[in-house]
Design a protein around this ligand. Structure first.
Ligand code: ADP
Ligand code: MG
Length: 227
């Protein structure tokens, strides 16, 4: 019992640390980003070396920002602000956020939306993050130009289903079993917090997330939410 209490305390502490970090780190980080933007206007556009360094600053600023977002969303206590949204619109809004990456890799997008999908009550900002993490992984797992990203929505009784399928590398059983663990990654620059956040957000919505994958064939994530 004592042990259990300790782990609850640890969870609460993790949440507190993450929130403090988010606040204390994001403000100075924003200043770095703004300063870099201003410097960019000052420097000679022909200086390649400096442009390269500025690019490095910007990439690292957004990387730290992303890390903070992931960290916040992967601690158990996510604060949700519920609003009624249409599932198909929610998916489209998320796709907008991923558009650059999808276009950059020349990924083919297939949408099969159920027109009868009604509104569901979710925290749209959190849910977009949850879906985006899956979509980003899918894009990263696929080859340029031959990649196909399929997104399906379906109304199933009083439930709404969102299925995201890729024809990328797929995963072996061991990888699938570790998928949602914090810090589990097979990428050189991965954080391993993306799917931890996704699962956490879905579970906080009382939803379900399931995965099917086969090496060399692709991966499919299915999210089920109460309508
Ligand atoms: P990260 O993307 O930072 O590695 P994630 O939690 O998003 O962390 O994903 C964990 C790992 O799961 C990835 O490193 C990858 O090995 C595997 N993975 C997730 N989604 C897919 C996918 N669609 N296809 C193949 N592997 C995947
Ligand atoms: Mg990821």
């Amino acid at each position: 019992e004592l042990l259990e209490l300790r782990s609850i305390e640890k969870f609460a502490a993790t949440g507190r640390i993450a929130r403090t970090m988010a606040h204390e780190v994001r403000n100075p980080l924003t200043n770095i980003g703004l300063a870099s933007e201003q410097l960019r206007g000052e420097i000679d556009g022909n200086n390649e070396e400096i442009a390269l360094l500025m690019g490095m600053i910007d990439r690292n600023v957004s990387r730290i920002n992303q890390l903070i977002t992931d960290l916040l969303n992967s601690t158990k206590f996510v604060q949700l602000q519920y609003t009624k949204v249409n599932v198909n619109n929610l998916v489209d809004d998320t796709l907008m956020l991923a558009k650059d990456r999808i276009d950059l890799k020349n990924i083919k997008l297939e949408k099969s939306y159920d027109p009868n999908l009604c509104d569901i009550k979710v925290d749209p900002e959190k849910m977009k993050i949850a879906l985006l993490n899956i979509i980003v992984n899918a894009v990263e797992a696929m080859e340029s130009s031959s990649g196909v990203l399929n997104i399906k929505t379906e109304k199933d009784g009083d439930k709404c289903l969102i299925r995201i399928t890729d024809n990328g590398s797929g995963m072996d059983e061991e990888t699938v079993s570790k998928l949602f663990e914090p810090y589990f990654t097979r990428k050189p620059n991965g954080t391993g917090l993306g799917l931890t956040s996704t699962q956490n957000i879905i579970l906080n919505h009382n939803g379900k997330i399931a995965v099917m994958s086969a090496p060399g064939t692709g991966t499919s994530f299915t999210i089920t939410l109460e309508a």
